[in-house]
Write a protein that binds this ligand. Structure first.
Ligand SMILES: [Cu+2]
Length: 67
């Protein structure tokens, strides 16, 4: 299984708390993922073996839908 880098715009990220929630939600479901959140850019970068669909669904369930 190969790792890919996903670039995701998440408009509902507005502060460090959101960044923490997003990171926690992704790491809970995908422990091997490397998650980088930019609050200023409302952008999430995820290095993961999971698919974009899986990551997008996880973020939506956490309350942070991908644009
Ligand atoms: Cu916030």
């Amino acid at each position: 299984m190969s790792t890919q880098t996903l670039e995701l715009d998440v408009p509902d990220i507005s502060c460090g708390g959101c960044a923490g929630s997003v990171t926690k939600a992704l790491k809970a479901q995908f422990p091997d993922a490397t998650v980088t959140v930019s609050v200023a850019d409302k952008h999430v970068t995820v290095q993961t073996a999971a698919t974009r669909e899986e990551i997008t669904e996880c973020l939506a369930e956490a309350g942070y839908p991908v644009a």
